[in-house]
Design a protein around this ligand. Sequence first.
Ligand SMILES: Cc1cc2nc3c(=O)[nH]c(=O)nc-3n(C[C@H](O)[C@H](O)[C@H](O)COP(=O)(O)OP(=O)(O)OC[C@H]3O[C@@H](n4cnc5c(N)ncnc54)[C@H](O)[C@@H]3O)c2cc1C
Length: 355
Amino acid sequence: MDTLIATEKMVPLAPFTTLDLGGDAQHMIRIKNYQDAVDAVGWWKSQAQPMPLLALGGGSNLLVSDTGFRGLVVKMENADIQVLEESDGTVLVEAGAGAVWDRFVAYTVERGWAGVECLSGIPGCVGGAPVQNIGAYGQEVAETIEWVKGIDLHTAEAFQFTAIECEFAYRDSFFKKSVDRRYLITSVAFRLRPGGEPTIRYHDLQNRCQEEEAHTLMDVRELVLEIRRSKSMVYDKSDPNHRSAGSFFTNPIVDEATADRIEASLKPGVRFPRFEVEGGIKLSAAWLIDNAGLKKGFKMSPEAKVGLSTNHVLALTNRGGAKAEELLELCRHVQQVVKAAFGVELEPEPVFVGF
Ligand SMILES: Cc1cc2nc3c(=O)[nH]c(=O)nc-3n(C[C@H](O)[C@H](O)[C@H](O)COP(=O)(O)OP(=O)(O)OC[C@H]3O[C@@H](n4cnc5c(N)ncnc54)[C@H](O)[C@@H]3O)c2cc1C
């Protein structure tokens, strides 16, 4: 088995993550197609010393520890996109887990297929999208996913789960909850709407679309990219805030009594964003951080190499040359300050690896 598959040893993981943090991967295998994934799992299972396996896409939702990952990193680079069927005014398109997410979105928008246009500019790969059910500007990927395919690492057998079986929820799925990261996703199929109207539900996007007379899928994609760029929410190496994992905390869902208590404690006229959702009241993590006194650009000391983005309080950034431990310290500080101010726990959104 070792002779068939190319394994790399002690590969620095930082360059594979948008935070640019973390130590080495003990082993890495790059996957170009489904057979490579089968071979990689075979190699992993055949090792005398069992080790954990980490699927890696664009590394845009990962915080890797300074000591790295002692196990096998499977880097998904299978990027094929193919149309499986066109019927009843819809198209079913399958994309490899290693396809760059935004290239997939561009591909669909260029063809006039509606369904993922508001998810333009989200970093990462197709295989990472279902894991936390990516969402932005009024769309979630769960709305268009028909099925997710891959390999069950417990049995080494193929799986195919429907969207219902994926148990999608806000920034969550069956994959995210699975013990031992049990499922290696190799491709995802999306049901899209040729000639369909863009989704313009999100309030700010509605306003911008009206101002700019934006009506087409491409108009909406371009507006979303423009808004995201202004908040450093696209991965652009020329932006000093680019070393981040996007929003570092999810928006907390609290009970009504907690939301009422916070609202009652505010000075009259202070705007308090709260949204009724299934399971309670969703608060804005960005609002909580900002109103707890941590402002854009906050650093724990002038010489600190990590800080809040100067464009968005919700993004924790490596300003260059930082250690993962420093970012973790900043994460804990933000959590403590928000807890002390409002009694609310902020949950980190990225996956912590090797801690
Ligand atoms: C600037 C910026 C902006 C962002 N904006 C948004 C946003 O608007 N909305 C949003 O929802 N997210 C956002 N994110 C977070 C991130 O881009 C998404 O979560 C993305 O889908 C992660 O994909 P990835 O390929 O980079 O996954 P990775 O970071 O490589 O991995 C994340 C997790 O998914 C698992 N995983 C990845 N690929 C596979 C696979 N093939 N099989 C099984 N498990 C896999 C990994 O093991 C890990 O547990 C942003 C991040 C950044 C840096």
